[in-house]
Design a protein around this ligand. Structure first.
Ligand SMILES: Nc1ncnc2c1ncn2[C@@H]1O[C@H](COP(=O)(O)OP(=O)(O)O)[C@@H](O)[C@H]1O
Ligand SMILES: [Mg+2]
Length: 318
């Protein structure tokens, strides 16, 4: 079973400015992005005080400054949020058409795409980390040479004892082809300890016929811990010794499914970092994702992130 050398968490990726239509052609401004959502929720879980750093690049403009200030106020470590003078943060708009929502993105030239330009800086950002969290979106926004630098930073950090978690979060429109997507995802598995895929993404990209097949594919790449999310269906987990299915308690009053997987990752990883076994940690993931499903937007409102009501840490009796 995976052991963490510290609870210091470093998440890497892109946060975007979110403009969510409020119904009348007016928009509410926020900030969101998959690894950012996970990092933010981890830092907000009451009683845990997890040290969480978010690593990205933003602009030198006032919106970027507002993003950094907000993160700092919410208790995250912002010391590795680089500023790029001639770039800004990516932006997306959520447009409402009745209950249907559509997403429009302006992120092709965002500052975050330069996240892995400087390998030394990136290496310093993960010094002493117990857990490093990245996603397939983190990979997708990087050029192939930058992806290779990220990979070498992760390999080096793992040699120093860090655990790497990876959510593939497949977003076809960020990739040039499914071949490129599969190649980049597969290469990432060589530096992944904990994989957090969603079954529908994996089925679409790889043709997996069941969550069990997804587990087999990741096991073949030597990933130690594999957690396959599947919407309202049970979560299937390989904990290094066995496969277990953890059913999901029914969630009523769902307002918006965005960010469910990111919040799940936060609950799961926070529980694992604080000594809980994978099957118990899944319950924490489900608690956080149920909370995000009850709200519009990809994050639970500040102050409403639930505490993790889970059994005491697993003690290995051997
Ligand atoms: N309809 C739903 N009912 C209950 N829980 C859900 C539902 N959709 C998502 N969840 C919760 O969110 C987690 C992640 O959802 P999933 O849809 O698999 O990920 P993603 O948001 O990344 O696509 C699930 O494991 C489950 O706990
Ligand atoms: Mg997801």
């Amino acid at each position: 079973m995976i052991q963490f050398q510290s609870n210091k968490t470093v998440a890497m990726g892109e946060a975007m400015i979110e403009m969510a239509e409020t119904g009348s052609g007016t928009y509410r401004k926020g900030f969101a992005g998959d690894t950012f959502n996970t990092a933010w929720h981890m830092a907000q879980i009451p009683g845990l005080n997890l040290p969480v750093r978010f690593v990205t690049k933003v602009g030198t403009d006032s919106l970027s400054a507002e993003f950094i200030a907000g993160l700092g106020a919410d208790g995250l470590d912002t010391s590795y949020i680089g500023r790029v003078a001639d770039r800004v943060m990516g932006l997306y708009m959520i447009e409402l058409d009745g209950a249907e929502r559509s997403f429009h993105y302006w992120r092709e030239a965002s500052a975050a795409r330069l996240l892995a330009e400087d390998e030394v800086w990136l290496g310093q950002s993960v010094q002493g980390a117990g857990l490093i969290h990245v996603s397939g979106i983190t990979l997708a926004i990087l050029r192939p040479d930058a992806r290779a630098r990220l990979s070498s930073v992760l390999a080096c950090a793992r040699r120093q004892g860090a655990i790497v978690s990876f959510d593939p979060n497949v977003r076809p429109r960020l990739w040039s082809s499914s071949v490129e997507t599969r190649d980049a995802m597969q290469a990432m598995l060589a530096v992944t300890d904990i994989a957090l895929p969603s079954y529908d993404d994996e089925a679409a990209l790889w043709g997996d016929g069941s969550p069990g097949e997804t587990i087999e594919r990741y096991r073949a790449a030597d990933v130690s811990e594999i957690v396959v999310k599947n919407g309202a269906a049970p979560v299937t987990v390989w904990d290094g010794a066995q496969i277990t299915e953890v059913p999901c308690a029914p969630v009523t009053g769902i307002r918006d499914t965005s960010g469910a997987g990111d919040a799940f990752n936060a609950g799961y990883l926070a529980a694992r970092l604080t000594g809980h076994r994978p099957d118990h940690a899944i319950v924490s993931g489900q608690v956080l994702s149920a909370a995000v499903l009850h709200h519009f937007g990809a994050r639970i409102p500040s102050g409403q992130v639930p505490s993790l009501d889970i059994p005491p840490p697993h003690v290995d009796e051997r």
